[in-house]
Ligand binder design. Structure first.
Ligand SMILES: Nc1nc2c(ncn2[C@@H]2O[C@H](COP(=O)(O)OP(=O)(O)OP(=O)(O)O)[C@@H](O)[C@H]2O)c(=O)[nH]1
Length: 204
């Protein structure tokens, strides 16, 4: 069984006075676009968000073909890594892909490849690294229990850095060239501002 976690507990401050997770992108809430792209490669979906976001996200997920569960932040605004840990702790699969709610171009072929790399090599995480040097921790595959525990441990020692939990795990880096062979690099594009949102509309 493979799981997916969509993290959505951010405040969308660069977007303005609205939750970008449920903002309509070419007619469809952005989080639903992400979820729809994941449906072909996972068996269940977990949404991580705050309690005040739940009703709108639930409405956006109406009639989704897979089981959808919510993993709500007890402590809000603890950063993306806390959201990753909360979401992974609620998963039933041994491995889960984590995807940020603002990555509507997520490519199922890339996700499938990340699962294969993690599962075949038996590691705790497969994390893409682009040629610009950035680790794509918000579009990566994790062993659910190991990463959830590592996130808890990092938060307990006051470290909210997104790479902090990986320090105690065995993980592999998936480089840009390998991703490029298996799918579309647009998969990592994330939308933060109204302008980026407007520019992206015509691509659906
Ligand atoms: N659970 C949780 N998720 C978060 C938090 N901060 C960011 N995220 C998520 O992490 C991903 C990347 O975050 P950002 O692009 O910084 O999103 P954001 O914080 O909503 O946007 P800005 O306020 O404009 O930075 C998004 O999916 C967010 O929903 C947080 O404090 N808790």
């Amino acid at each position: 069984m493979r799981s997916a976690v969509v993290i959505a507990g951010g405040r969308s401050t660069r977007f303005g006075d609205a939750d970008k997770a449920v903002a309509r992108l070419a007619g469809t809430p952005m989080i639903r676009r992400v979820a729809d792209r994941l449906a072909a490669v996972v068996d269940e979906l977990v949404v991580n968000c705050r309690v005040d976001q739940r009703a709108a996200i639930e409405a956006a997920m109406a009639d989704y073909p897979l089981s959808v569960r919510f993993a709500l932040d007890d402590d809000t605004d603890e950063g993306p890594m806390a959201g990753i840990g909360t979401g992974l702790a609620a998963c039933e699969g041994e491995y889960a892909v984590v995807v940020a709610c603002d990555m509507p171009f997520v490519d199922p072929d890339v996700v499938a490849y990340l699962f294969e790399r993690a599962e075949d090599e038996g590691v705790d995480a497969a994390v893409p690294k682009l040629d610009d040097g950035w680790y794509q921790t918000t579009q990566a595959v994790y062993r659910t229990e190991a990463m959830a525990t590592a996130c808890e441990n990092a938060l307990a020692r006051g470290d909210r850095k997104i790479l902090a939990p990986l320090e105690e795990l065995e993980w592999l880096v998936v480089d840009e060239a390998a991703i490029d062979v298996h799918g579309d690099l647009d998969t990592f594009e994330n939308l933060n501002t109204r302008e980026e949102f407007a520019d992206a509309q015509s691509r659906f």
